[in-house]
Design a protein around this ligand. Sequence first.
Ligand SMILES: Nc1ncnc2c1ncn2[C@@H]1O[C@H](COP(=O)(O)OP(=O)(O)OP(=O)(O)O)[C@@H](O)[C@H]1O
Ligand SMILES: [Mg+2]
Length: 258
Amino acid sequence: MNKQESGLKISNLKVKTAGKEILKGVSLKINPGEIHALMGRNGSGKSTLSYTIMGHPKYEISEGQIEFNGRNINDVSPDERAKMGLALSFQYPVAIPGVTVLNFLKTTLKAVLDREIPIKELKAMLKESMAKLEIKDEFLSRYVNDGFSGGEKKKLEILHLTLLKPKLAILDETDSGLDIDALKVVASGISALNEAGSAVLLITHYQRILNYVSPQFVHIFENGQITQTGTKELALQLEEFGYEHFAHNATKEVNYVS
Ligand SMILES: Nc1ncnc2c1ncn2[C@@H]1O[C@H](COP(=O)(O)OP(=O)(O)OP(=O)(O)O)[C@@H](O)[C@H]1O
Ligand SMILES: [Mg+2]
């Protein structure tokens, strides 16, 4: 495989924010087209990892590196990363009162493609995904996330990603707060994104979404590190036994002295 298509490679990544080390040596390789799920307790550093991959200035890399398609991107700006094909769906999408969904999508697509997209062309590009995601036309003229329900926010995130067609889509808890029907719709949107060629890093707390989106790898994240990697089975075991079981197995054997 040539460098153009070698995917994401994170090596021994250590990251600080607000003077505190949050990521403590993360190594992760995501090849083109793969789906990886990342599961871990609240506060273990999953969102920090996703922001760091996107180049958020609040997160400072103190050691290690992030490579994307063969290039070290530690110092590459977030908009350049977006142009390279990295995209993040936020855990907490923000409202942008005054900016319509259509304009928002037009502006972000223009930034990534470096060309103006006529409204008619944009609407044609959106049509099929909107139908799949069960999004009505009126949605396009509402202000971004302003008064949106939890489910509507998550659907907009998927619609946005589908339009951007990233090489790697990072989805930070896109399944949280969805009812069962919306979960299926969003999950099929994620699968469609993957089938269209995007690799996916799916951050989630629930095994449930993995009934609809099939990852090749499941990673357990604990205290700023990946402590276990397995297949879908690992997510089922996690649901049954909880994080404590894996934390003990992975790193805390020394505590068993009884
Ligand atoms: N900008 C920041 N300023 C201060 N502390 C931060 C910042 N970002 C993250 N942290 C801290 O880093 C730790 C990891 O947070 P992070 O949001 O990455 O966890 P998470 O695994 O995504 O949790 P959750 O499952 O609840 O979403 C937390 O203790 C959090 O308070
Ligand atoms: Mg988070």
